[in-house]
Design a protein around this ligand. Sequence first.
Ligand SMILES: Cc1cc2nc3c(=O)[nH]c(=O)nc-3n(C[C@H](O)[C@H](O)[C@H](O)COP(=O)(O)O)c2cc1C
Length: 354
Amino acid sequence: MWSNNELTNILDIQYPIVQAGMAGGVTTPQLAAEVSNNGALGTIGAGYMEAADLKNTIRETKKMTDHPFAVNLFVPEKYEIDESSITESKRLLDPICKELGIESLDYSHESSKLEQHIDLLLQEGISIYSFTFGIPSPNIIARLKNKNCILIGTATTVEEAIMNEHAGMDIVVAQGSEAGGHRGTFSKPFSQAMIGTLSLVPQIVDYVKIPVVAAGGIMDARGIMAARMLGAHGVQMGTAFLTCEESGAKPQHKKAILSSSETDPILTSVFSGKPARGIRNTFISKLTPYEDTLPPYPIQNALTKPIRKAAYVQDKPEYMSLWSGQSPRLSKHITARELINGIITDTDKLLKDL
Ligand SMILES: Cc1cc2nc3c(=O)[nH]c(=O)nc-3n(C[C@H](O)[C@H](O)[C@H](O)COP(=O)(O)O)c2cc1C
């Protein structure tokens, strides 16, 4: 059976499909539970969550599924606070603030919640953890391994995949440059780590022994079969699950993906200070000329938060972050169950045709 392998055995799932942890409200308990109930691995994107919210989300998800699901967390990075770049960013954002009726912007960035979240998740009995933006500390890895948890890292280069394996990760996600949302790059300037999924996956497969999960631009049975042929054990899909009915993505976001073409998603750091792939809009056009002068993540992310929120409330998608991978034409507004069942049926058919 094409779907049964080391990855499905480790994760105790039926199909080698992982729904990406997408921070920012996309991964509702309904979405993660429905994905897990249909044989794939649901993931809660907890990167931006407060502890109370995370606890509720975990408990809600557990009420809806007895199957395993994962929680995705951000590994904190070092950054410098440069007051002049903050002042400049505020100045650039001021006309948009005026248009949206926002009085002032603040960059009150919180310290990392990673340790606190790990405590809570262990108490809640979570056993599958995925990470992006880096590798957690040896202390965190040891704590999780002590409890027999399964750890999934993210790599955008072969070097990062090897680092994940050496650190003790059980599985590594190979995030190709097609991927929607933030780049997981942590060992190099991101511009040196824009490797397409087709090139990245087989090279990572050749250099690590742990199962590899391909991510970036994969939306259907064709993508899954291609990834399997490249040696990946499975796939992680973000954009395809984002437009599902159970996803908590804002309606404007879903609509933008469903009506976009492959030329619309571009890489930009103007929303958060960290490169991410999203659909081009007025906000990106206005800020791009100043991209190199803006503060780093998470400061720029904190500064633009009220803008993104007000833009949603006032139905102005031109100022929202509309993260998407490079295959938006393949997106569908269906249930997670329909998406997974369709993929399985089509994969069986593809194999027969071959
Ligand atoms: C809206 C959105 C939010 C994302 N947030 C996260 C996140 O919080 N953590 C993470 O590891 N990856 C995140 N990603 C990246 C995914 O894990 C994955 O690499 C990507 O979605 C794969 O490309 P695709 O969107 O073409 O399927 C996000 C992707 C999207 C589209």
